[in-house]
Design a binder for this molecule. Structure first.
Ligand code: GAR
Length: 201
């Protein structure tokens, strides 16, 4: 399966995916990594693995749809089957979501529907929850609202800072995201309304 990763930052989830591919736990290949941030370390990680890493400057496009259109073009040229958002900090425009409907995944550092959007870890911590976690979900037109594929809880400790909690969440993300991607590749996910069920093939 031909995979594309969109990432805005450090790219530890991208790294976890690349490592899982190397261990043959994901039966696919990352064909391209695209970033909206020029010096995103995710691009560096891609290039280190001999994967095409492309920066696209959002400021060069007046409309979000135009920017997303350029990304869609690159993905189409490379016949991408699954678009993986890994710390990609932009909301995708409706035409993009429609074009890749059911083939876009995101990971979010909270137990959705709690604390969607930016700074999910910070919001959970300052709300005072005792349990947070992470969520892998399909992307729809909303903000972190698509059908949930996998979720796992992470405890919040009294002495946690945003950094320490995010670090613990990251550890779980790195396990959960490759697993969700492989389930998709094996066609073991079936949607019934909002519910994403696991089927054995
Ligand atoms: C991850 O924790 C991911 O869940 C979060 O950004 C981090 C990226 O880390 N995504 C969001 O907050 C999306 N709203 P990484 O660049 O090291 O993979």
């Amino acid at each position: 399966m031909r995979l594309a990763v969109l990432a805005s930052g450090y790219g530890s989830n991208l790294q976890a995916i690349l490592d899982a591919i190397e261990r043959k736990e994901i039966d696919g290949r990352v064909e391209i990594v695209i970033s909206d941030v020029e010096d995103a370390y995710a691009l560096e990680r891609a290039r280190k693995h001999g994967i095409e890493g492309v920066y696209i400057n959002p400021r060069e496009y007046e409309k979000r749809e135009d920017f997303d259109g350029v990304i869609a073009g690159l993905l189409q040229e490379r016949q991408i089957d699954l678009v993986i958002l890994a710390g990609y900090m932009r909301l995708l425009s409706p035409p993009f979501v429609k074009q890749f409907e059911g083939r876009i995944m995101n990971i979010h550092p909270s137990l959705l529907p709690a604390f969607p959007g930016l700074n999910g870890v910070k919001k959970a911590l300052s709300y005072g929850v005792k349990v947070s976690g992470c969520t892998v979900h399909f992307v729809d037109e909303g903000l972190d609202t698509g059908p949930i594929i996998l979720q796992e809880a992470v405890p919040v400790f009294d002495d946690d800072t945003e950094e320490s909690l995010h670090e613990r969440i990251h550890q779980v993300e790195h396990r959960l995201y490759p697993k969700a991607i492989q389930l998709f590749i094996e066609q073991k996910l079936r949607l019934e309304g909002r519910r994403c069920m696991r089927v054995e093939k």
